[in-house]
Design a protein around this ligand. Structure first.
Ligand SMILES: *Cc1c(COP(=O)(O)O)cnc(C)c1O
Length: 396
């Protein structure tokens, strides 16, 4: 037998972390890495946050899991907090981002079908989007590399260029149920939608009784300097998926909706065995305690501004390597003039710096939101040393 016990679906690198220390990871050999990847925008409080660790330890000893057959004081509390903090009136908890998007897709379809409109099932989605790896969420993305071998796709998605309002409007038809969009594309290369685009989709949805669904799995939970990115666009969705940072490292996602949007989601229409169990709710409570306040959000914006201005000053030193800086808050991308993966590997293997490659030749910077000046200094030193020592031929 030659297949590995761990199904070989990930191109894993040689770094094998076994311990976290605030904004650093330590591997089996004792090597330290500055973590500007955060498990892909998950560990927003770093790896040593006492509030998060304490909340999980305490809840684990009290009650980890009960079925959603029973009342949930823990879930009610976190749902109420999310409702108070956002556009939403109601919340469904999941264990992952893809499941949160699945629930969002079902909610958008059910909105129309509950009212007897069976033909409105199609969501208009956008090129280079990433919504997860389930059948529905790969079907929602135009990316062939995620489709290959898994045909047929689920019907009911139509792809249009990201940020192309005229294209979205032209794609509407009798089957259109709504729009599903990341306000800032993550895997697609830290590409921010324009305000006019999201505001335009909002108006199309209002004028045609369609659902505007935001996927804030990556850009949400304080990452961009507001609790959710939509706040900075002056546009509220009808339905929104959140995950990644919301558990701070504990697997948790949620689908948020207005009362109107959730009209099709009545008793028995949806469910999850683990979704929103007491342990997950304890993690979410600790995350919200830390991030859902003006002081913390202002600190994310200030750190983002500081990092961005250091980067803007720096990239001109290597015009053949760096193109431009993208993103908001601490969801940042450096667009490169070369393939991002070899440079990301060089920084990791030779300079102890973890970042993440994305589409569109972009290197993603997704540090813990609790970084301090010393981490920004360390990052700039490592990036600077890495750019100076980089030979684009080395890993080709
Ligand atoms: C990561 C991601 C997902 C999928 O989340 P999983 O927890 O991996 O299922 C969905 N949408 C966006 C925007 C993401 O970044």
């Amino acid at each position: 037998m030659s297949i590995s016990p761990l199904m070989p679906v990930y191109p894993r690198c040689d770094v094998r972390p076994v311990r976290g220390d605030n904004c650093h990871l330590i591997d089996e050999k004792g090597e330290r890495y500055l973590d500007f990847a955060s498990g892909i925008a998950v560990n927003l409080l770093g790896h040593s946050h006492q509030g998060l660790i304490g909340a999980i330890q305490k809840q684990a000893a009290e009650l980890m899991h009960v079925s959603n057959l029973y009342g949930s004081p823990q879930g009610e509390k976190i749902a109420q907090r999310l409702v108070s903090l956002t556009f939403a009136d109601t919340v469904f908890f999941t264990n992952s981002g893809a499941e949160a998007v699945e629930c969002a897709i079902k909610t958008a379809r059910a909105y129309h079908q509950h009212a007897g409109d069976e033909q409105k099932f199609e969501l208009i989605t956008f090129n280079n989007a990433f919504h997860g790896r389930t059948m529905a969420t790969i079907s929602a993305s135009n990316q062939d590399k995620m489709h290959k071998g898994f045909m047929p796709l689920l019907a009911g998605f139509r792809y249009v260029d990201f940020d192309d309002f005229a294209g979205a409007e032209a794609a509407m038809g009798p089957n259109t149920a709504g729009f599903l969009v990341e306000p800032i594309q993550g895997e697609g290369g830290i590409r921010s939608a324009s305000e006019t685009f999201l505001q335009g989709l909002r108006k199309l949805a209002d004028d045609n009784d369609l659902m505007l669904v935001f996927d804030e799995v990556q850009c949400g939970v304080a990452r961009t300097g507001s609790l959710y990115a939509y706040e900075q666009y002056g546009v509220e969705p009808d339905i929104m998926a959140t995950a990644k940072g919301i558990g701070g490292g504990f697997p948790l996602g949620a689908c948020l909706a207005t009362e109107k949007a959730a009209r099709g989601m009545g008793l028995g229409t949806h469910g999850s065995t683990y979704g929103g169990n007491p342990l997950a709710m304890a993690a979410a409570g600790a995350v919200l305690d830390a991030v859902a306040n003006d002081e913390f959000l202002a600190s994310v914006r200030a750190k983002g501004d500081k990092l961005r201005s250091r980067l803007e000053q720096f990239i001109g030193n290597y015009p053949e390597l760096f193109d431009s800086i993208r993103g908001r808050g601490l969801m940042m991308g450096i667009k490169l003039k070369t393939e991002p993966r070899p440079f990301v590997a060089h920084l990791r293997d030779n300079h102890g710096l973890l970042t993440v490659a994305a589409g569109d030749t972009t290197m993603r910077l997704l540090p813990p939101l609790v970084i301090e000046d010393e981490h920004i200094d360390e990052f700039m030193e490592k990036l600077s040393a890495g750019a100076a020592s980089y030979d684009p031929g080395e890993s080709a």
